[in-house]
Design a protein around this ligand. Structure first.
Ligand code: GNR
Ligand code: NI
Length: 168
């Protein structure tokens, strides 16, 4: 497995809309393994393939305390949502920035697992927020897009100012 580089905002490649997966094969499972390694190493509670410059609809999440509840979502679709909740979000592609975002509180989603089997699941709490954040990534949307234009502009400026301080 490999720990992959994560694209950093405002990289244009984070704006790509990912393509649906047509084949759940060993190549895809290798990608998923690399995504888990990258997510756990970061560390983060979720990662979308978009963030490692792979524009396929693949998400990995693990919101557990011990990092022992990996969940894979291929071609995820939200089929129901209810309520509203505000929660502070961060993003591995926007390091050091944390802002409150309002989203639906409860979701029901459909996805395909790493064996190629379709499933449906209900999510609340942090899992719900994380899955919505990851599906946004697959659509080229970042959590800062849910903030005011003023806040987004300030964040972009800050990220560009600190670009030179990051390891290439
Ligand atoms: O690690 C992460 N934490 C987090 C916290 C609140 C809301 C969403 C997230 S997802 C983020 C990892 C990430 O950037 N996934 O795309
Ligand atoms: Ni993110």
């Amino acid at each position: 497995m490999a720990n992959l580089d994560i694209l950093i905002y405002p990289d244009d490649r984070l704006r790509n809309v990912a393509e649906s997966v047509t084949n759940v094969d060993d190549d895809l499972r290798a990608l998923i393994g690399n995504m888990f390694e990258t997510m756990y190493t970061a560390p983060g509670i979720g990662l979308a393939a978009t963030q490692i410059d792979v524009h396929q609809r693949v998400v990995v999440v693990d919101v557990s305390e011990n990092g022992d509840q990996p969940l894979t979502l291929i071609n995820p679709e939200i089929i129901e949502s209810d309520g509203r909740i505000e929660h502070e979000e961060g993003c591995l592609s926007i390091p050091g920035i944390y802002e409150s975002v309002e989203r639906p509180e409860l979701i029901k989603f459909a996805a395909i697992d790493r064996d190629g089997n379709p499933y449906e699941m209900e999510a609340d709490g942090l899992l719900s927020i994380c899955i919505q954040h990851e599906i946004d990534h697959l659509n080229g949307v970042l959590f800062v897009d849910h903030l005011s234009a003023l806040k987004r502009r300030r964040i972009k400026k800050k990220m560009l100012k600190h670009e030179k301080d990051r390891p290439a």
